[in-house]
Design a protein around this ligand. Structure first.
Ligand code: C5P
Length: 236
């Protein structure tokens, strides 16, 4: 395990709820068990920033996953605005290039917000990349873009658990590797194709794990979250 990180530091629940009220119900269930909540585009654009404000005001840590991608000036302004919300993590697309990544890193200087780079969307395979003019092995592209993210001053990347080991070996110590696609050994994969258990992801070098449906659709979300925390604890 990375030094100093507890199981609750490592587990981020993805609040992929259809609306603000559903998200609030989940937050109420999980508060006290989990301390990290991921808000994605659907919830943020649908329910507005009120959810983020409420989470931050009650002391929770927020991963605001809006995947910014624009010219450097726009991204700098966007990330600066997100940092002012008091969120702990934000995301940008590494495909935006070095100047955009440096702008994002600059935008959080002097704040406690950290910026993660999305390397290659896991929904893109080699054929899909070729269709947009990128003829590269997706795994190589992930590594190249993660190195670029580190050089440009980002604090980590979002990656599939299958990529975590190669990334850990290629990236500076302390660089965050945040992995979705996590399933407890007993859970269905849903629409995720390449999953890993919490222990597999942590042993591969992931610093934090994003888990959605195994918690949010469980009959008792807090109990499911506690079981995941135990799996993470056992992976030490
Ligand atoms: O429900 P599940 O555990 O699959 O949710 C995973 C979360 O991580 C979702 O919010 C999803 O959008 C996000 N994610 C992902 N794969 C990526 C990037 C983000 O599943 N490559």
């Amino acid at each position: 395990m990375s030094a100093g990180l507890t199981p609750t530091d490592r587990l981020i629940v993805a609040l992929d709820a259809p609306d603000g009220d559903a998200a609030r119900a989940l937050i109420a269930e999980l508060r006290g068990t989990l301390t990290w909540f991921k808000v994605g585009m659907t919830l943020y654009y649908g329910a507005g920033r009120a959810i983020v404000d409420e989470l931050v005001a009650s002391g929770e840590r927020v991963f605001l996953d809006l995947k910014c991608h624009d010219i450097p000036h726009q991204v700098e302004g966007a990330v600066r605005g997100l940092a002012q919300l008091g969120v702990a993590l934000v995301t940008v697309h590494t495909g935006g290039g070095p100047a955009m990544l440096e702008a994002a890193a600059r935008a959080v200087e002097g704040t406690s917000t950290r910026v993660l780079g999305v390397t290659v969307l896991t929904s893109l395979d080699a054929d899909a990349l070729a269709a947009v003019g990128i003829v590269r092995d997706p795994g190589e592209l992930v590594l190249e873009r993660a190195r670029l993210a580190a050089v440009c001053g980002l604090h980590g990347v979002v990656a599939s658990p299958q990529e975590a080991r190669a990334l850990r070996a290629a990236l500076p110590a302390g660089f965050e590797i945040v992995t979705p696609g996590i399933r407890p050994a007993s859970a269905p994969a849903d629409d995720q194709r390449r999953t890993a258990t919490p222990a597999q992801a942590i042993r591969a070098g992931a610093t934090r794990l994003v888990v959605g449906r195994p918690i949010t659709t469980a009959c008792e979300p807090a109990m499911a979250a506690r079981a995941l925390l135990r799996e993470i604890e056992a992976a030490r």
